[in-house]
Design a protein around this ligand. Sequence first.
Ligand code: ADP
Ligand code: NI
Length: 215
Amino acid sequence: MNKKKIIEKTKEYVKQEMLKGDSGHDWSHVLRVNNTAKMIAKKEKADLFIVELSTLFHDIADSKFTNGDETIAPRKIKDFLNSLKVDTETIEKVNYIVEHMSFKKNQPTEKSLEFKVVQDADRLDAIGAIGIARAFSFGGYKNRLMYNPEEKPNLNQTKEQYVKAEGTTINHFYEKLLLLKDLMNTETAKAIAEKRHKFMEKYLDQFYKEWNGKA
Ligand code: ADP
Ligand code: NI
């Protein structure tokens, strides 16, 4: 099977799998990350096939929705790609990227260019206008308050606290979203992140003004 066909088949499979998720972690997120990653990969001259497969699989069987079971995703990826006769080296590369992507995972010391591109694309989707929408959508799903002026952000969260996500959605901006621009790997993503970051700052400014009846 050629690469194009493999990507097509993977899209169909992941789409079905993602229909089970919440609104911030859905198929449209995967498609956006896939498109952004392709754009970055071309500019940074990364391997498009590895990048595409990794973005398509990156949120499959997310441990937030599987009671913390982190073995389901790598197994699904391996079984599916094996069934399409994808070579073992490619499967290993994709699985490595998917496993190490998350914000709270210990970061690998050696990141391949493909890893950097996929991680940047996923992080870009967590900031800017879409990032804001996703954060409030996730907050609603978890029944979190939008904002509580008495509750300060917790900048030293443990993995357990982060996964529990008990804070307000506005605090999530300080605990994660506003930190992402400085974590971008590639120059291409840094430039995009800069713009999206400024937009979030403007948004927060207006949010507080309206909250206090000053706008
Ligand atoms: P990652 O895949 O990088 O680990 P997550 O799965 O933690 O990202 O988050 C998925 C989406 O939900 C992101 O847009 C993120 O900003 C949002 N999100 C995660 N935790 C919270 C939270 N506590 N409050 C609001 N939004 C959240
Ligand atoms: Ni994602």
